[in-house]
Design a protein around this ligand. Structure first.
Ligand code: HEM
Length: 424
């Protein structure tokens, strides 16, 4: 079988290619490159466990012209949250507590409010283009609030965010590389202004906290520099909205395409969290990311020289039958459902995983209760995805339902996670 990982047909439906690679070429070298694609669950885990050999790092050098844009702006493009041990844990410790346990519970009421408000904008219409009318606006409002940025700035933040992830989406032409750098520098300048305001008058949000926090990664606690805060915040902003948007669209698609899923969930809303895990596994928004190779090594018997890049295809590991029984099926009672790699595992496990899960669970819960007779709009969907190498996103998703006030008399009973969100 010919493999072209950059062909749009492959990217539209990755799964036959993943199956072939897992079975026949589990460590696959992209022709003409020193990039190796890893597709089996156990091999991906082996890479994640050996961080010294496979650290994180820039996959490719940016062009000199793009670098000049950062230099002129007086900024470095860096990702403190994506560095390597031991310093990595110190940066992560600054933010992780906002996204787990009681830190996460703080955001429940605001998430519930944004979900309600967004559903209200179309629930009388009987139809919606779910991606643009729901899945884009809700996560971006949530992360904007959590970080403490003004809601009025969302349009420009979204524009910068789209530029920020572009190098993860596909290989860029030199002029695109420069355009990305210009957008990112604009974002950095903007965030510098926000930081200055919050240093003077701290609020109750992540950015304010970072302006006051002590960083312990290099000995005695010291304040974070603007450069550090900016590149922590832009990473959280981008991570916090794009992927969750993609997951929310896939969730509705999988629920409504998969015979019986919708009815089962409506009958028992307590199954929603298990369903969310299955969608993350089956339609992983982050299909894969890379590690660099710090020393000569081998994976599954294939020698990999120092200086190469390994691409961990999380979405392939998530459909590896050696790990997940009947991997293409939605199974709401899967015993190892949370062992999927959609948020990766180990040192770099996504800090926003529980925030994103919460947004997804509350969204499905609310959609199941408030949009009766929900269905895929007949004849209006082609279910095509944006062609991307590292991400997976439906272009659009048209849904129909019975407009508010004309729904069936039986509404599903609230599940516990929803009652907590409503403060009941
Ligand atoms: C469905 C939603 C999400 C998915 C699928 C996702 C996926 C991932 C994955 C796979 C990684 C690991 C990257 C690697 O292997 O190097 C990661 C890391 C990260 N994610 Fe997420 N993410 C999601 C939501 C979020 C949210 C809501 C935030 C912010 C609140 C966020 C912020 C980050 C950050 C800052 C990292 C870097 C962590 C590190 O390297 O230590 N993500 N995410």
């Amino acid at each position: 079988m010919d493999v072209d990982l950059f062909a749009s047909a492959t990217q539209e439906d990755w799964y036959p290619t993943y199956q072939y690679l897992r079975d026949e070429r589990p460590v696959y070298r992209i022709p003409g490159t020193d990039d190796y694609v890893i597709t089996r669950y156990d091999d991906i885990m082996a890479v994640l466990r050996h961080q010294r050999t496979f650290p994180t790092g820039a996959s490719k050098r940016r062009s000199e012209a793009a670098q000049a844009v950062y230099d002129r702006g007086g900024w470095q493009r860096m990702t403190p949250l994506g560095t390597n041990p031991p310093v990595h844990r110190h940066y992560r410790a600054l933010v992780d507590h906002f996204f787990t346990g009681p830190g996460l519970d703080r955001w429940r009421p605001v998430i519930g409010r944004y979900i309600d408000e967004q559903l209200s904008t179309f629930e009388n219409d009987g139809q919606v283009e779910w991606s643009s009318q729901y899945a884009v606006p809700v996560p971006v409002r949530v992360i904007t609030h959590v970080l403490g940025l003004p809601e009025a700035d969302i349009p420009k933040l979204k524009k910068w965010s789209a530029a920020w992830i572009l190098p993860f989406v596909r290989p860029l032409q030199p002029e695109e590389d420069v355009w990305v750098a210009e957008q990112v520098v604009e974002m950095y300048d903007y965030l510098a202004g926000q930081i200055e305001t919050k240093r003077a008058e701290p609020g109750d949000d992540v950015i304010s906290y970072l302006t006051q926090a002590g960083f312990t990664g290099d000995g005695e606690p010291r304040p974070l520099s603007d450069q550090e805060i900016i590149t922590i915040v832009d990473h959280l902003f981008v991570g916090g909205n794009e992927t969750t948007t993609f997951a929310m669209s896939s969730a509705l698609w999988v629920m409504l395409r998969d015979g019986g899923c919708y009815e089962r969930l409506r009958a028992d809303l307590s199954l929603v969290p298990d369903f969310v895990e299955e969608v993350l596994r089956l339609e992983s928004p982050t299909q894969g990311l890379w590690r660099v190779v710090a020393e000569d090594t081998e994976i599954a018997g294939v020698p990999i020289p120092r200086g190469s890049t390994v691409h961990l295809r999380y979405a392939s590991g998530n459909r590896d039958e050696r790990m997940f029984e009947c991997p293409a099926e939605v199974r709401l009672d899967r015993p190892n459902s949370r062992r999927h790699l959609a948020f990766t595992l180990g040192e770099h496990q996504c800090p926003g995983a529980d925030l994103s899960r919460l947004e997804q669970v509350l969204t499905l819960d609310a959609a199941l209760r408030r949009l009766p007779d929900l269905r895929l709009a007949a004849g209006r969907n082609d279910f095509r995805h944006v062609p991307m190498f590292t991400m997976r996103a439906l272009r659009e998703l048209h849904l129909e339902f019975t407009p508010a006030g004309r729904g069936p008399s039986s509404t599903p009973r609230m599940a516990d996670h929803q009652r907590r969100a409503d403060g009941q």
